[in-house]
Design a protein around this ligand. Sequence first.
Ligand SMILES: [Mg+2]
Length: 271
Amino acid sequence: MKILATDLDRTLLPNGSWPPDSGAIDLFNELTARHEVVVVYVTGRNLRLTEDAIEEYGIRHPHVLIGDVGTSIRKYDQHGWVAHTGWDAHVRQASPEWDGDAIRFAVAGVEGLTEQEREHCGPFKQSYYVDHDSHETILEAVGERVKGRFDEVIVYSHDSRSGKGLLDLLPQSATKQTALEYIADEFGARREDVVFCGDSGNDVFPLTAGFSGVLVRNADDQLVASVRQAAADSPQLQVYFARGDFQGLNGYYTSGVIEGAYHYGVFSDPL
Ligand SMILES: [Mg+2]
């Protein structure tokens, strides 16, 4: 059982400021099909924006979509997308204090915090735009109002392309990490047999949770530092930093995903 899980924006998708390899996405599609890999997308995008990415960049459909930063899970088969209702039930049971409306009320009025559009929020996701220059003060204010009251976790990331700070409040049981653990269990895969690739903020959890981690070459400095620290603290953590110069690929985005998959033996034959 080989599971290749990857973040989308600036990990599988070449939508940052580094140069992408032309043909890398076609290669990813071909390699994952040929090796019969279970492909999981783990993204902050909702279903509509994921479909936009599939259309725009030509990435294949995944077998499983962990969307909305881990708060929704869907499978894709010959009939299309199927919501994973078991996941919703699991989250409600595992995080009984979670209450998105109460959180919305609690943080209302924090300066520099703007609620995201309704399509970016959901039953298990309360999300905000944050003025990045004052994100530390804002995060502190949010923490004071919610911390420990709602079985919540507070995840901050910075979108280097738009310059926006993004704040997600999620149930502790419904993050990119826990959703991927749930899927690994469902497929009967050991943690180390799941390769997870990421580039920024909210990827730190799955990258330090015992999966076989890959940081694409364009990963944020902050993420690289956090993951290096975690690896120093826990020597059993498996992490690979894509560096390029691999079979003619430069290590950015999709190329880094392919490089990492080869590193862990998900793909084995020569390119
Ligand atoms: Mg990303």
